[in-house]
Design a protein around this ligand. Structure first.
Ligand code: NDP
Length: 444
Protein backbone atom coordinates (compact mmCIF):
# COMPACT_ATOMS: atom_id res chain seq x y z
CA UNK A 1 0.00 0.00 0.00
CA UNK A 2 1.13 3.49 -0.77
CA UNK A 3 -0.80 5.48 1.85
CA UNK A 4 -0.41 8.72 -0.06
CA UNK A 5 -1.80 7.21 -3.25
CA UNK A 6 -4.72 5.54 -1.48
CA UNK A 7 -5.61 8.86 0.11
CA UNK A 8 -5.37 10.78 -3.15
CA UNK A 9 -7.66 8.23 -4.75
CA UNK A 10 -10.22 8.53 -1.94
CA UNK A 11 -10.11 12.32 -2.18
CA UNK A 12 -10.80 12.14 -5.91
CA UNK A 13 -13.66 9.69 -5.52
CA UNK A 14 -15.20 11.29 -2.45
CA UNK A 15 -14.46 15.03 -2.62
CA UNK A 16 -15.68 17.60 -0.07
CA UNK A 17 -15.35 15.23 2.88
CA UNK A 18 -12.31 16.70 4.69
CA UNK A 19 -12.93 15.06 8.09
CA UNK A 20 -13.19 11.64 6.44
CA UNK A 21 -9.93 12.25 4.56
CA UNK A 22 -8.27 13.43 7.77
CA UNK A 23 -9.28 10.32 9.73
CA UNK A 24 -8.19 7.97 6.93
CA UNK A 25 -4.86 9.79 6.61
CA UNK A 26 -4.18 9.47 10.34
CA UNK A 27 -4.93 5.75 10.39
CA UNK A 28 -3.11 4.87 7.14
CA UNK A 29 -0.03 6.74 8.31
CA UNK A 30 0.00 4.59 11.43
CA UNK A 31 -0.51 1.19 9.81
CA UNK A 32 1.30 1.56 6.49
CA UNK A 33 4.58 -0.01 7.57
CA UNK A 34 2.99 -3.01 9.26
CA UNK A 35 0.45 -3.50 6.47
CA UNK A 36 3.21 -3.66 3.88
CA UNK A 37 4.81 -6.58 5.68
CA UNK A 38 1.76 -8.62 4.61
CA UNK A 39 1.48 -9.02 0.83
CA UNK A 40 -1.60 -11.17 1.40
CA UNK A 41 -3.47 -8.03 2.54
CA UNK A 42 -2.66 -6.14 -0.64
CA UNK A 43 -3.65 -9.12 -2.78
CA UNK A 44 -7.27 -8.84 -1.62
CA UNK A 45 -7.23 -5.01 -1.56
CA UNK A 46 -7.92 -5.00 2.15
CA UNK A 47 -7.13 -1.33 2.53
CA UNK A 48 -9.88 -0.03 0.24
CA UNK A 49 -12.31 -2.44 1.81
CA UNK A 50 -11.40 -1.02 5.21
CA UNK A 51 -11.62 2.62 4.18
CA UNK A 52 -14.83 2.65 2.14
CA UNK A 53 -18.10 2.05 4.01
CA UNK A 54 -20.12 -1.05 3.26
CA UNK A 55 -23.20 1.08 2.77
CA UNK A 56 -24.51 4.63 3.19
CA UNK A 57 -28.17 5.46 3.76
CA UNK A 58 -29.28 9.03 3.22
CA UNK A 59 -32.86 10.15 3.70
CA UNK A 60 -35.15 13.11 4.22
CA UNK A 61 -36.75 13.58 7.63
CA UNK A 62 -39.96 15.58 7.65
CA UNK A 63 -41.45 16.75 10.93
CA UNK A 64 -43.81 19.40 12.26
CA UNK A 65 -42.61 22.19 14.56
CA UNK A 66 -44.66 23.77 17.37
CA UNK A 67 -46.02 26.42 15.00
CA UNK A 68 -47.49 23.72 12.81
CA UNK A 69 -44.91 24.26 10.07
CA UNK A 70 -43.30 21.39 8.25
CA UNK A 71 -39.52 21.20 8.56
CA UNK A 72 -37.11 19.01 6.66
CA UNK A 73 -33.73 17.70 7.72
CA UNK A 74 -31.31 15.18 6.31
CA UNK A 75 -30.87 11.80 8.01
CA UNK A 76 -27.94 9.43 7.55
CA UNK A 77 -26.70 6.03 8.62
CA UNK A 78 -23.26 4.86 7.61
CA UNK A 79 -22.67 1.12 7.98
CA UNK A 80 -18.93 1.08 7.70
CA UNK A 81 -17.85 -2.48 8.33
CA UNK A 82 -19.38 -5.59 9.91
CA UNK A 83 -16.53 -8.04 9.39
CA UNK A 84 -16.47 -9.05 13.05
CA UNK A 85 -19.99 -8.25 14.28
CA UNK A 86 -23.08 -6.08 13.91
CA UNK A 87 -22.48 -2.42 13.09
CA UNK A 88 -22.29 -0.33 16.25
CA UNK A 89 -21.94 3.44 16.59
CA UNK A 90 -23.68 6.56 17.76
CA UNK A 91 -26.22 8.93 16.31
CA UNK A 92 -25.35 12.63 16.20
CA UNK A 93 -27.90 15.46 15.97
CA UNK A 94 -26.12 18.74 15.24
CA UNK A 95 -26.46 21.45 12.63
CA UNK A 96 -22.92 20.74 11.41
CA UNK A 97 -23.65 17.09 10.56
CA UNK A 98 -22.89 16.05 6.98
CA UNK A 99 -21.87 12.92 5.15
CA UNK A 100 -18.11 13.50 5.53
CA UNK A 101 -18.29 13.95 9.31
CA UNK A 102 -20.36 10.82 9.76
CA UNK A 103 -18.06 8.84 7.46
CA UNK A 104 -15.04 9.79 9.58
CA UNK A 105 -16.87 8.79 12.74
CA UNK A 106 -18.01 5.45 11.29
CA UNK A 107 -14.51 4.72 10.00
CA UNK A 108 -12.98 5.39 13.42
CA UNK A 109 -15.68 3.46 15.22
CA UNK A 110 -14.75 0.33 13.30
CA UNK A 111 -11.22 0.46 14.70
CA UNK A 112 -12.29 1.45 18.19
CA UNK A 113 -14.56 -1.53 18.48
CA UNK A 114 -12.16 -4.05 17.01
CA UNK A 115 -9.06 -2.78 18.78
CA UNK A 116 -10.83 -3.05 22.11
CA UNK A 117 -11.62 -6.66 21.19
CA UNK A 118 -15.35 -6.02 21.05
CA UNK A 119 -16.95 -8.46 18.62
CA UNK A 120 -18.71 -5.61 16.83
CA UNK A 121 -18.43 -3.70 13.58
CA UNK A 122 -18.53 0.05 13.11
CA UNK A 123 -21.18 2.54 12.03
CA UNK A 124 -22.45 6.04 12.68
CA UNK A 125 -25.53 8.05 11.88
CA UNK A 126 -27.27 11.30 12.51
CA UNK A 127 -28.93 14.37 11.19
CA UNK A 128 -28.35 18.08 10.66
CA UNK A 129 -31.26 18.62 13.06
CA UNK A 130 -30.16 20.51 16.18
CA UNK A 131 -32.10 19.90 19.42
CA UNK A 132 -30.79 23.26 20.66
CA UNK A 133 -33.67 25.67 21.23
CA UNK A 134 -36.31 23.06 20.37
CA UNK A 135 -39.15 22.11 22.71
CA UNK A 136 -39.44 18.56 24.03
CA UNK A 137 -42.41 18.04 21.73
CA UNK A 138 -40.40 19.13 18.69
CA UNK A 139 -37.51 16.86 19.63
CA UNK A 140 -39.97 14.00 20.09
CA UNK A 141 -41.60 14.56 16.70
CA UNK A 142 -38.23 14.77 15.01
CA UNK A 143 -36.90 11.61 16.70
CA UNK A 144 -40.02 9.70 15.75
CA UNK A 145 -39.81 10.87 12.14
CA UNK A 146 -36.11 9.99 12.02
CA UNK A 147 -36.77 6.51 13.35
CA UNK A 148 -39.61 6.00 10.89
CA UNK A 149 -36.95 5.80 8.18
CA UNK A 150 -34.03 4.39 10.19
CA UNK A 151 -35.98 1.38 11.48
CA UNK A 152 -35.63 -0.57 8.28
CA UNK A 153 -31.82 -0.38 8.39
CA UNK A 154 -31.09 -1.35 12.01
CA UNK A 155 -31.69 -4.24 14.40
CA UNK A 156 -30.10 -5.92 17.43
CA UNK A 157 -28.10 -8.29 15.21
CA UNK A 158 -27.71 -5.89 12.27
CA UNK A 159 -26.82 -2.43 13.45
CA UNK A 160 -26.99 -1.06 16.99
CA UNK A 161 -26.97 2.77 17.26
CA UNK A 162 -26.18 4.74 20.43
CA UNK A 163 -26.04 8.41 21.47
CA UNK A 164 -23.48 11.04 20.49
CA UNK A 165 -23.53 14.84 20.28
CA UNK A 166 -27.12 16.04 20.69
CA UNK A 167 -28.43 12.56 21.39
CA UNK A 168 -28.79 11.62 25.06
CA UNK A 169 -31.28 9.63 27.10
CA UNK A 170 -34.23 11.79 25.99
CA UNK A 171 -33.60 11.33 22.27
CA UNK A 172 -32.75 7.63 22.60
CA UNK A 173 -35.98 7.14 24.57
CA UNK A 174 -38.09 8.78 21.86
CA UNK A 175 -36.37 6.77 19.13
CA UNK A 176 -36.63 3.51 21.01
CA UNK A 177 -40.35 4.08 21.60
CA UNK A 178 -40.92 4.55 17.89
CA UNK A 179 -38.78 1.53 17.01
CA UNK A 180 -40.87 -0.63 19.35
CA UNK A 181 -44.11 0.55 17.79
CA UNK A 182 -42.90 -0.05 14.26
CA UNK A 183 -41.33 -3.46 14.81
CA UNK A 184 -43.53 -4.69 17.63
CA UNK A 185 -40.41 -5.98 19.35
CA UNK A 186 -38.53 -5.02 22.50
CA UNK A 187 -34.89 -5.52 21.71
CA UNK A 188 -31.42 -4.20 22.39
CA UNK A 189 -31.42 -2.22 19.16
CA UNK A 190 -30.34 1.05 20.79
CA UNK A 191 -27.88 1.58 23.61
CA UNK A 192 -28.05 4.51 26.01
CA UNK A 193 -31.63 3.81 27.02
CA UNK A 194 -33.02 4.76 30.43
CA UNK A 195 -32.17 2.39 33.24
CA UNK A 196 -35.85 1.66 33.75
CA UNK A 197 -36.29 0.15 30.31
CA UNK A 198 -33.18 -1.83 29.53
CA UNK A 199 -30.28 0.63 29.76
CA UNK A 200 -26.97 -0.19 31.42
CA UNK A 201 -25.71 1.18 34.68
CA UNK A 202 -23.12 3.96 34.33
CA UNK A 203 -23.38 3.99 30.53
CA UNK A 204 -23.83 7.79 30.68
CA UNK A 205 -20.64 8.03 32.74
CA UNK A 206 -18.60 5.52 30.74
CA UNK A 207 -16.96 7.77 28.12
CA UNK A 208 -16.00 10.55 30.49
CA UNK A 209 -14.84 8.16 33.20
CA UNK A 210 -12.90 6.13 30.63
CA UNK A 211 -11.05 9.20 29.43
CA UNK A 212 -9.92 9.93 32.96
CA UNK A 213 -9.05 6.30 33.73
CA UNK A 214 -6.80 6.40 30.72
CA UNK A 215 -5.32 9.71 31.82
CA UNK A 216 -4.60 8.14 35.21
CA UNK A 217 -2.82 5.24 33.51
CA UNK A 218 -0.78 7.65 31.36
CA UNK A 219 0.32 9.66 34.39
CA UNK A 220 1.20 6.47 36.23
CA UNK A 221 3.86 5.70 33.61
CA UNK A 222 5.64 8.81 34.92
CA UNK A 223 4.97 7.96 38.56
CA UNK A 224 2.46 10.82 38.70
CA UNK A 225 -1.24 11.13 39.61
CA UNK A 226 -4.22 13.40 38.96
CA UNK A 227 -4.24 14.60 42.55
CA UNK A 228 -3.83 18.37 42.79
CA UNK A 229 -3.57 18.84 39.01
CA UNK A 230 -5.36 21.72 37.28
CA UNK A 231 -7.46 20.39 34.41
CA UNK A 232 -8.90 22.19 31.38
CA UNK A 233 -12.03 20.50 30.04
CA UNK A 234 -13.84 21.56 26.88
CA UNK A 235 -17.52 20.80 26.34
CA UNK A 236 -20.25 20.66 28.95
CA UNK A 237 -22.15 17.68 27.58
CA UNK A 238 -22.23 14.04 28.50
CA UNK A 239 -18.53 13.28 28.11
CA UNK A 240 -17.28 16.53 29.67
CA UNK A 241 -19.58 16.29 32.70
CA UNK A 242 -18.49 12.81 33.68
CA UNK A 243 -14.85 13.45 32.88
CA UNK A 244 -15.09 16.38 35.32
CA UNK A 245 -16.80 14.17 37.89
CA UNK A 246 -14.03 11.57 37.74
CA UNK A 247 -11.28 14.22 37.86
CA UNK A 248 -12.85 15.57 41.06
CA UNK A 249 -13.12 12.08 42.55
CA UNK A 250 -9.43 11.54 41.87
CA UNK A 251 -8.42 14.80 43.52
CA UNK A 252 -7.91 17.02 40.45
CA UNK A 253 -9.09 20.60 40.05
CA UNK A 254 -11.40 21.33 37.08
CA UNK A 255 -10.74 24.86 35.83
CA UNK A 256 -12.87 25.17 32.68
CA UNK A 257 -15.88 23.85 30.79
CA UNK A 258 -17.36 25.13 27.54
CA UNK A 259 -20.06 24.94 24.92
CA UNK A 260 -20.12 26.09 21.33
CA UNK A 261 -20.66 29.72 22.43
CA UNK A 262 -17.62 30.01 24.72
CA UNK A 263 -16.04 28.79 27.94
CA UNK A 264 -16.03 29.48 31.67
CA UNK A 265 -12.87 29.65 33.80
CA UNK A 266 -13.25 29.30 37.54
CA UNK A 267 -10.07 30.27 39.42
CA UNK A 268 -11.35 28.44 42.53
CA UNK A 269 -12.07 25.28 40.55
CA UNK A 270 -15.39 23.70 39.61
CA UNK A 271 -16.14 21.63 42.70
CA UNK A 272 -18.84 19.01 43.24
CA UNK A 273 -21.60 21.52 44.02
CA UNK A 274 -20.70 23.64 40.98
CA UNK A 275 -20.58 20.58 38.76
CA UNK A 276 -24.02 19.56 40.01
CA UNK A 277 -25.20 23.00 38.94
CA UNK A 278 -23.72 22.53 35.45
CA UNK A 279 -25.26 19.06 35.16
CA UNK A 280 -28.68 20.42 36.05
CA UNK A 281 -28.21 23.43 33.77
CA UNK A 282 -27.33 21.22 30.81
CA UNK A 283 -29.36 18.07 31.44
CA UNK A 284 -32.57 19.58 32.81
CA UNK A 285 -32.78 23.22 31.74
CA UNK A 286 -30.69 22.84 28.58
CA UNK A 287 -29.13 26.23 29.28
CA UNK A 288 -25.87 27.83 28.12
CA UNK A 289 -22.56 27.60 29.96
CA UNK A 290 -22.34 31.39 30.31
CA UNK A 291 -25.14 31.19 32.91
CA UNK A 292 -22.52 29.72 35.26
CA UNK A 293 -21.01 33.16 35.91
CA UNK A 294 -24.39 34.54 37.02
CA UNK A 295 -24.42 31.89 39.72
CA UNK A 296 -20.66 31.99 40.49
CA UNK A 297 -19.50 35.56 39.75
CA UNK A 298 -15.85 34.93 40.66
CA UNK A 299 -15.61 32.87 37.47
CA UNK A 300 -15.10 34.47 34.06
CA UNK A 301 -16.87 33.74 30.78
CA UNK A 302 -15.15 34.12 27.42
CA UNK A 303 -17.62 34.14 24.50
CA UNK A 304 -17.47 34.21 20.70
CA UNK A 305 -16.88 30.49 20.52
CA UNK A 306 -13.56 30.81 22.39
CA UNK A 307 -11.78 27.63 23.48
CA UNK A 308 -10.17 27.17 26.92
CA UNK A 309 -6.74 26.12 25.64
CA UNK A 310 -4.95 29.40 26.39
CA UNK A 311 -5.57 29.07 30.14
CA UNK A 312 -2.76 27.82 32.37
CA UNK A 313 -3.13 24.25 33.65
CA UNK A 314 -1.43 20.86 33.96
CA UNK A 315 -3.79 18.70 31.91
CA UNK A 316 -6.15 19.20 28.95
CA UNK A 317 -9.20 17.03 28.20
CA UNK A 318 -10.87 17.96 24.90
CA UNK A 319 -14.39 16.55 25.30
CA UNK A 320 -16.53 18.56 22.84
CA UNK A 321 -16.05 17.88 19.14
CA UNK A 322 -13.67 17.18 16.24
CA UNK A 323 -10.85 19.60 15.40
CA UNK A 324 -11.47 21.76 18.46
CA UNK A 325 -7.77 21.98 19.33
CA UNK A 326 -5.46 23.34 16.64
CA UNK A 327 -1.72 23.77 16.30
CA UNK A 328 -1.60 27.27 17.77
CA UNK A 329 -3.68 26.20 20.77
CA UNK A 330 -1.51 23.10 21.22
CA UNK A 331 1.58 25.32 21.32
CA UNK A 332 -0.08 27.47 23.99
CA UNK A 333 -0.87 24.39 26.07
CA UNK A 334 2.72 23.19 25.88
CA UNK A 335 4.09 26.67 26.63
CA UNK A 336 1.81 26.86 29.67
CA UNK A 337 3.25 23.64 31.07
CA UNK A 338 0.57 21.07 30.21
CA UNK A 339 1.97 17.59 30.81
CA UNK A 340 -0.86 15.44 29.42
CA UNK A 341 -3.65 15.63 26.84
CA UNK A 342 -6.31 12.90 26.88
CA UNK A 343 -9.01 13.01 24.23
CA UNK A 344 -12.61 12.46 25.31
CA UNK A 345 -14.08 13.61 21.99
CA UNK A 346 -13.62 12.00 18.60
CA UNK A 347 -10.61 13.45 16.74
CA UNK A 348 -10.52 16.73 18.72
CA UNK A 349 -6.86 17.49 17.94
CA UNK A 350 -5.91 18.57 14.43
CA UNK A 351 -2.89 16.87 12.81
CA UNK A 352 -0.87 20.05 13.51
CA UNK A 353 -1.75 19.87 17.21
CA UNK A 354 -0.82 16.19 17.44
CA UNK A 355 2.58 16.99 15.94
CA UNK A 356 3.13 19.67 18.58
CA UNK A 357 2.31 17.21 21.39
CA UNK A 358 4.56 14.56 19.93
CA UNK A 359 7.48 16.91 19.42
CA UNK A 360 7.09 18.29 22.94
CA UNK A 361 7.03 14.66 24.18
CA UNK A 362 4.12 15.32 26.52
CA UNK A 363 1.70 12.51 27.38
CA UNK A 364 -0.90 12.33 24.65
CA UNK A 365 -3.50 9.69 23.89
CA UNK A 366 -5.20 9.30 20.53
CA UNK A 367 -8.75 8.13 20.03
CA UNK A 368 -8.30 4.39 19.94
CA UNK A 369 -6.53 4.30 23.24
CA UNK A 370 -9.12 6.54 24.79
CA UNK A 371 -11.93 4.35 23.59
CA UNK A 372 -10.16 1.33 24.91
CA UNK A 373 -10.36 2.97 28.29
CA UNK A 374 -13.98 3.92 27.72
CA UNK A 375 -14.82 0.35 27.04
CA UNK A 376 -12.92 -0.65 30.13
CA UNK A 377 -15.29 1.66 31.97
CA UNK A 378 -18.27 0.09 30.21
CA UNK A 379 -16.96 -3.36 31.00
CA UNK A 380 -16.58 -2.33 34.62
CA UNK A 381 -20.21 -1.29 34.59
CA UNK A 382 -21.30 -4.54 33.06
CA UNK A 383 -19.07 -6.50 35.36
CA UNK A 384 -20.68 -4.71 38.25
CA UNK A 385 -24.09 -5.66 36.95
CA UNK A 386 -22.98 -9.24 36.56
CA UNK A 387 -21.54 -9.34 40.04
CA UNK A 388 -24.73 -7.87 41.37
CA UNK A 389 -26.20 -11.30 40.63
CA UNK A 390 -26.24 -10.74 44.38
CA UNK A 391 -27.43 -7.14 44.47
CA UNK A 392 -25.55 -6.79 47.75
CA UNK A 393 -22.22 -7.18 45.99
CA UNK A 394 -22.68 -3.88 44.19
CA UNK A 395 -23.27 -2.05 47.42
CA UNK A 396 -19.74 -2.99 48.44
CA UNK A 397 -18.26 -1.35 45.37
CA UNK A 398 -16.43 1.67 46.72
CA UNK A 399 -15.26 3.56 43.68
CA UNK A 400 -18.43 5.09 42.29
CA UNK A 401 -20.52 6.74 45.00
CA UNK A 402 -22.92 8.11 42.40
CA UNK A 403 -23.44 4.66 41.02
CA UNK A 404 -24.15 3.28 44.45
CA UNK A 405 -26.93 5.81 44.84
CA UNK A 406 -28.39 4.55 41.59
CA UNK A 407 -28.07 0.99 42.74
CA UNK A 408 -30.04 1.79 45.85
CA UNK A 409 -32.62 3.65 43.79
CA UNK A 410 -33.18 0.72 41.53
CA UNK A 411 -32.58 -2.08 43.96
CA UNK A 412 -36.18 -3.23 43.83
CA UNK A 413 -36.06 -3.71 40.10
CA UNK A 414 -32.58 -5.20 40.29
CA UNK A 415 -33.70 -7.79 42.79
CA UNK A 416 -36.40 -8.81 40.36
CA UNK A 417 -33.74 -9.09 37.67
CA UNK A 418 -31.28 -11.00 39.81
CA UNK A 419 -32.20 -14.41 38.58
CA UNK A 420 -31.63 -13.38 35.00
CA UNK A 421 -28.40 -11.63 35.83
CA UNK A 422 -27.00 -14.72 37.49
CA UNK A 423 -27.40 -16.50 34.18
CA UNK A 424 -25.22 -14.05 32.35
CA UNK A 425 -24.01 -10.59 31.79
CA UNK A 426 -27.10 -8.61 30.90
CA UNK A 427 -26.66 -6.71 27.72
CA UNK A 428 -29.10 -3.93 26.89
CA UNK A 429 -32.41 -5.25 25.73
CA UNK A 430 -32.34 -8.91 26.51
CA UNK A 431 -29.26 -10.42 24.88
CA UNK A 432 -26.35 -11.07 27.16
CA UNK A 433 -22.70 -11.97 27.34
CA UNK A 434 -21.39 -14.38 29.87
CA UNK A 435 -18.03 -14.00 31.56
CA UNK A 436 -16.31 -15.64 28.57
CA UNK A 437 -17.95 -13.24 26.11
CA UNK A 438 -20.05 -15.91 24.48
CA UNK A 439 -23.43 -14.58 23.60
CA UNK A 440 -26.14 -15.99 25.79
CA UNK A 441 -29.85 -15.40 25.88
CA UNK A 442 -30.92 -13.61 29.00
CA UNK A 443 -34.29 -14.69 30.29
CA UNK A 444 -35.04 -11.38 31.98
P1 NDP B 1 -23.10 16.32 23.99
O1 NDP B 1 -24.04 16.74 22.94
O2 NDP B 1 -23.61 15.80 25.26
O3 NDP B 1 -22.09 17.52 24.33
C1 NDP B 1 -21.30 18.09 23.35
C2 NDP B 1 -20.63 19.33 23.93
O4 NDP B 1 -19.70 19.82 22.99
C3 NDP B 1 -21.60 20.44 24.22
O5 NDP B 1 -21.14 21.20 25.29
C4 NDP B 1 -21.57 21.23 22.92
O6 NDP B 1 -21.94 22.58 23.05
C5 NDP B 1 -20.11 21.13 22.57
N1 NDP B 1 -19.94 21.28 21.12
C6 NDP B 1 -20.57 20.58 20.16
N2 NDP B 1 -20.19 21.02 18.96
C7 NDP B 1 -19.32 22.00 19.17
C8 NDP B 1 -18.56 22.84 18.34
N3 NDP B 1 -18.64 22.75 17.00
N4 NDP B 1 -17.71 23.74 18.91
C9 NDP B 1 -17.63 23.85 20.26
N5 NDP B 1 -18.33 23.08 21.11
C10 NDP B 1 -19.14 22.17 20.58
O7 NDP B 1 -22.12 15.25 23.29
P2 NDP B 1 -21.16 14.18 23.97
O8 NDP B 1 -20.60 14.74 25.22
O9 NDP B 1 -21.85 12.90 23.98
O10 NDP B 1 -20.00 14.07 22.86
C11 NDP B 1 -18.81 14.86 22.93
C12 NDP B 1 -17.72 14.18 22.10
O11 NDP B 1 -17.47 12.87 22.62
C13 NDP B 1 -18.06 14.00 20.62
O12 NDP B 1 -16.86 14.12 19.88
C14 NDP B 1 -18.54 12.56 20.56
O13 NDP B 1 -18.39 12.00 19.28
C15 NDP B 1 -17.59 11.91 21.57
N6 NDP B 1 -18.06 10.64 22.09
C16 NDP B 1 -19.21 10.55 22.82
C17 NDP B 1 -19.60 9.33 23.32
C18 NDP B 1 -20.77 9.17 24.21
O14 NDP B 1 -20.88 8.09 24.78
N7 NDP B 1 -21.62 10.17 24.39
C19 NDP B 1 -18.85 8.11 23.02
C20 NDP B 1 -17.65 8.32 22.31
C21 NDP B 1 -17.30 9.53 21.86
P3 NDP B 1 -23.39 23.07 22.50
O15 NDP B 1 -24.36 22.59 23.52
O16 NDP B 1 -23.25 24.55 22.42
O17 NDP B 1 -23.57 22.43 21.14
Amino acid sequence: MDAKKVLEDLKRRFPNEPEYHQAVEEVLGTIEEEYNKHPEFEKVNLIERLCIPDRVYQFRVTWMDDKGQIQTNMGYRIQHNNAIGPYKGGIRFHSSVNLGILKFLAFEQTFKNSLTTLPMGGGKGGSDFSPRGKSNAEVMRFCQAFMLELTRHIGPDTDVPAGDIGVGGREVGYMFGMYKKLTREYSGVLTGKGLEFGGSLIRPEATGYGTVYFLRAMLKTKGDTIEGKKVLISGAGNVAQYAAEKVLQLGGKVMTMSDSDGYIYDPDGIDRAKLDYIMELKQVYRGRIKEYVDKYPTAKYVGDGAKPWFEKADIALPCATQNELNEEQAKALVANGVIAVAEGANMPSTPGAIKVFQEAKILYCRWCERIRSRDVAEQRASELERRRGGCQAALDHGEHPRELREVRHTSRRLCQLCEGRQRGWLHEGGKGYDGTRNRVECRV
